[in-house]
Write a protein that binds this ligand. Structure first.
Ligand SMILES: Cc1cc2nc3c(=O)[nH]c(=O)nc-3n(C[C@H](O)[C@H](O)[C@H](O)COP(=O)(O)OP(=O)(O)OC[C@H]3O[C@@H](n4cnc5c(N)ncnc54)[C@H](O)[C@@H]3O)c2cc1C
Length: 324
């Protein structure tokens, strides 16, 4: 992790900076670049716009490491509303959650109950005959909760609920986790991994992380995975890896409809559209909610190129005539 990224993560964690930033109208440009608005209604508008360009969306309600039961309930209700609204418009009823947003900070049972409430909302909203990609995608957080997160996934699967799981390529344990998921025909979102983990748990260099991503992609594009009906979702903005995956999928007889690429809303939209033009399935992770600053500033941390959204917001604000 670079010094720049560490600095932005520190900013993202500061409650004072967050409160200050979220009150600044001149920073709204940064919010709108990466976030689909404050409410399920505005996010639906963005999801509809994306769908008109052939891009699916997974909705995410902003907030993390939540301990207040009222906030947890609100998060579940917001996602249920977003799911119902998306299904109503015949869009994918697909939501993403961090387990620590919906009760894992309290205990595993609370988290499982809340995840099941969201997954049940998906099941209820989608007609049985529809063959779409409708599921609760479970995000993967730091290594202290990997076991609990996988237990959550398997528990929901055992209840036959529509559920998918994120797997981090950088973890040493991932190969074995993927083997089990592949045999079960799971929908797996493969990410590189975003947390600063110790070397005991994960590889740490950029080159090693990318190499692990390649190995996991190969596993997910194996014949066993195809025959088991696994659905790989390659979540990366790395165009080199994306091209390698496309070539490998083709070589292993995967139809472009049998896997997808997933990117963050507002990051490399031109690459997203290019992939759609070439006949690939693309989904974006579309966050909404008012707690946008930690999420948006982490995107700036991931790529200093994204700093341009902060500077252009400031320039636009400075150019505005003074308000009387
Ligand atoms: C949909 C989605 C869900 C995720 N969920 C999780 C999760 O649950 N848990 C978790 O740990 N992590 C998650 N992540 C984050 C992930 O682990 C990586 O940290 C993050 O995606 C950065 O890796 P990358 O491959 O996208 O790009 P990087 O490795 O950061 O960059 C690789 C290359 O991509 C290109 N690139 C990247 N960004 C840009 C840009 N903005 N503009 C131009 N070029 C660019 C550059 O050429 C760069 O060299 C998620 C990511 C996505 C997309």
């Amino acid at each position: 992790m670079t010094l720049w990224q560490e600095g932005m993560i520190r900013l993202a964690r500061s409650a004072k900076v967050k409160t200050f930033a979220q009150r600044q109208p001149w920073l709204s440009g940064l919010a709108s670049q990466f976030v689909g608005g404050a409410t399920a209604h505005t996010a639906l508008h963005k999801a509809t716009e994306l769908a008109s360009n052939g891009i699916a969306a997974t909705q995410f309600y902003l907030g993390e490491y939540v301990t207040d039961p009222a906030v947890i309930d609100h998060t579940v209700a917001q996602l249920q509303a977003a799911i119902a609204a998306a299904a109503d418009k015949s869009l994918d009823a697909c939501a993403s959650v961090d387990p620590t947003q919906i009760g894992l900070m309290i205990d595993e049972q609370t988290c499982t109950t809340n995840a099941a409430r969201i997954a049940n909302a998906i099941r209820k909203a989608v007609p049985k005959t529809r063959q779409g990609h409708d599921a609760l995608m479970i995000d993967m957080e730091d290594a202290s909760v990997t076991d609990a997160t996988l237990r959550l996934y398997w528990e929901l699967r055992s209840e036959d609920l529509p559920v998918a799981i994120t797997i981090q390529a950088y973890l040493h344990r991932t190969r074995a986790d993927l083997d089990k998921l592949i045999v079960a025909g799971a929908w797996v979102r493969l990410v590189k991994g975003a947390f600063a983990e110790r070397s005991r748990v994960a590889v740490r260099s950029v080159a090693d992380r990318d190499s692990r991503y390649r190995q996991c992609a190969t596993q997910l594009l194996s014949r066993t995975a195809r025959e088991a009906g696994a659905y790989p979702s390659f979540a990366t903005h790395d165009h080199r890896l994306i091209e390698e995956i496309i070539a490998q999928a083709k070589a292993h007889d995967w139809s472009p409809q049998a896997y997808e690429f997933e990117m963050l809303y507002g990051v490399r939209p031109e690459l997203q559209r290019d992939l759609v033009r070439r006949g690939h399935r693309v989904r974006v992770y579309l966050p909404f909610g008012s707690d946008w600053f930690p999420y948006a500033i982490r995107r700036v941390g991931e790529s200093p190129r994204n700093l341009r959204f902060v500077t252009s917001a400031i320039t636009r604000h400075a150019a505005r005539p003074p308000q009387s």
